[in-house]
Write a protein of this length. Structure first.
Length: 578
């Protein structure tokens, strides 16, 4: 079998640096082997050692520039778990509001501005008849049972003219370097024009979601309204005008989610039905969810949640296990770290051991895949490689017969004439993210009403006091919840009032990790096996499948100087007296 070794480095339209090396059969254009490598190093965990644990959230949120508040809250919750701090009801609801807005923001930005161009052919849209695009908008809105978002023949004609101006001037701007015309694109010209119109309309919705986060979080990105014990946005929750502004924006966002995002997914499901049936991009098909968005007050590890926790193996929804954080370990056999054993997060280490690439062949340096080849570790759950994220949340919720999740999933499957197993694919993973966005868009206004009712009952508590000096001598805790891209965990150990160990296991670590000690692939690598590319020189299908996970490599890794230079020195004064 003659093969070609295809290197894509960097994978663009993601957060951070990611390299894919695929071995492709030249006769069939089928991928027979694949390797995923991050080329950046994360050092945040080491930076947090020696810190006051109450300060960790503000530093940990800098792990990522996209889901900043997710890392912020997980770090806060890890300390609360260590100190057994129960937050007030108002704080729980406000945290849900911040996270809910973040989920919708992240999902919309992911599909439209990072992933949609894997499905949407910009140049094809130039040949569309705007009147046909209007018909397409109404057609898929009818399938969804909603009204189309801001659809008018003139809207589509104006968008087409803007695209033509780009092309006629010989510049594609943000649409440069695309594989336009590739055989893997399946939407019609009218459908492409509809989709690219939604791409630009989503920019306004992105702004609205950022404003929602700022209303309840103080600013976006990097909001600062969370503290160990609760929240600080006291004036906001007591101001009816502020909460009405949030709710009005949420209702507007819901209209776009249902009238544009979901309708685009019905269109996608129709165009790529055969690929979904064939399981193109399915991956490991082991799905793990911790659970997310507490709906009750009390111990966060025990209360009812919007997204239920559990583990499904091999896509079999007739069997589901409960999630157990004690089953989480990390392996570095093929990662650039020094460790000889599987490590549990509480005792995990982050010791860089960079061994480099192979010797160059034809001026290309390939990964040393027999040894270490990525800055991402290989997490294991119960000694199994798993996938996390929106698809996992929908599958586990379905398997556990959660009324809300099963209802939304069945509604989409029925209208799209699909089966659940069709979601085990690149397109299905993308669709699951939209179904999840619809769920959040519906429930987030209920949370606003719940908060207002609680404030009206004269409960204005936003923070629970605790004795740091008494509790901080020797403690450990974790904050595990669902982030937009999947299960996110922060583990902390505290001795004599300062952090002695800090480990994070993030969604893109679960999905993008390299081979483990048994040679088993992670979700990214496995999803590429058997994938066929239309044109070896235009690896659109590889990008489409990897992008379907919404990679956030900045979360999984951070920064290193490969020449060994000192990137900076910092002297920290630890003072526990506040």
């Amino acid at each position: 079998m003659a093969t070609v070794h295809k290197v894509i480095d960097p994978i663009t339209r993601i957060e951070g640096h990611l390299r894919i090396e695929a071995v492709i059969d030249e006769g069939t254009n089928e991928i027979v082997d694949a390797y995923c490598s991050s080329t950046m190093f994360r050092g945040i965990e080491t930076i947090l050692k020696g810190r006051d644990p109450r300060d960790c959230g503000l530093i940990a949120m800098r792990i990522c520039g996209v889901c900043t508040v997710t890392h912020y809250q997980r770090s806060i919750e890890a300390v609360e778990h260590a100190f057994n701090v129960q937050i007030p009801k108002n704080a729980r609801i406000m945290r849900n509001l911040i996270q809910g807005a973040l989920f919708m923001h992240d999902h919309l930005v992911h599909y439209y501005h990072l992933h949609s161009l894997d499905w949407v052919d910009i140049i094809s849209a130039l040949d569309a008849n705007p009147a046909e695009s209007l018909k397409e908008a109404q057609k898929w809105a009818d399938v969804a049972g909603v009204s189309p978002w801001n659809s008018d023949e003139k809207v589509f004609a104006d968008m087409q003219n803007k695209l033509k101006n780009f092309v006629n001037k010989g510049r594609y701007g943000i649409f440069g370097n695309g594989y336009w015309g590739n055989a893997s694109y399946k939407l019609t010209p009218a459908q492409n024009l509809l989709a690219i119109t939604h791409y630009f309309q989503a920019l306004e919705i992105q702004k609205d979601l950022g404003q929602m986060i700022a209303i309840v979080g103080g600013k976006d990105p990097h909001p600062q309204s969370l503290v160990v014990g609760g929240i600080t946005s006291i004036r906001d929750i007591q101001d009816p005008a502020r909460m009405k502004m949030f709710k009005d924006l949420a209702i507007k966002v819901r209209g776009f989610v249902k009238g544009a995002y979901l309708t685009d997914m019905y269109m996608l499901a129709s165009a790529y039905a055969d690929e979904m049936k064939a399981g193109v991009g399915a991956g490991v098909k082991n799905f793990m969810v911790h659970g997310g968005f507490p709906l009750e007050d009390g111990n966060i590890t025990e209360v009812k949640k919007l997204f239920v926790g559990g583990v499904v193996y091999d896509g079999d929804v007739t069997r589901v296990e409960e999630f157990n954080p004690e089953m989480v370990t990390e392996d570095v056999t093929h990662a650039w770290y020094d460790s000889n054993n599987l490590e549990k997060p509480y005792d995990g280490t982050t010791i860089p051991k960079y061994t480099g690439f192979k010797e160059k062949i034809d001026n290309v340096a390939y990964l040393d895949t027999d040894n270490k080849y990525s800055w991402i570790k290989a997490p294991l759950y119960n000694d199994t490689r798993v996938e996390v994220g929106p698809l996992a949340r929908m599958v586990v919720g379905y398997a556990k017969n959660d009324n809300r999740i099963k209802g939304y999933v069945d509604n989409f499957l029925s209208r799209a004439k699909m089966e659940l197993k069709d979601l085990y694919s690149s397109a299905g993973r993308t669709i699951a993210r939209a179904i999840e966005s619809e769920i959040v868009s519906d429930v987030i206004t209920d949370w606003v009403d719940e908060l207002s009712a609680n404030i009206s009952s004269s409960d204005t508590a936003t923070w629970s006091s605790f004795s740091f000096d008494t509790l901080s001598k020797n403690a450990q805790g974790y904050g595990i919840e669902e982030a937009p891209r999947g299960t996110l965990g922060h583990w902390i150990k505290i001795e004599n009032g300062v952090v002695t160990n800090y480990q994070t296991v993030v969604p893109s670590t679960w999905n993008a990790g390299p081979r483990d000690y048994k040679g088993r692939m992670g979700a990214y690598e496995k999803s590429l096996i058997g994938l066929k590319v239309s044109n070896i020189d235009e690896p659109l299908e590889i990008l489409r499948t990897i992008h379907s996970f919404d990679p956030c490599i900045a979360c999984a890794v951070h920064i290193v100087d490969t020449k060994g230079k000192d990137l900076g020195s910092f002297k920290i004064n630890h003072n526990n007296n506040r």
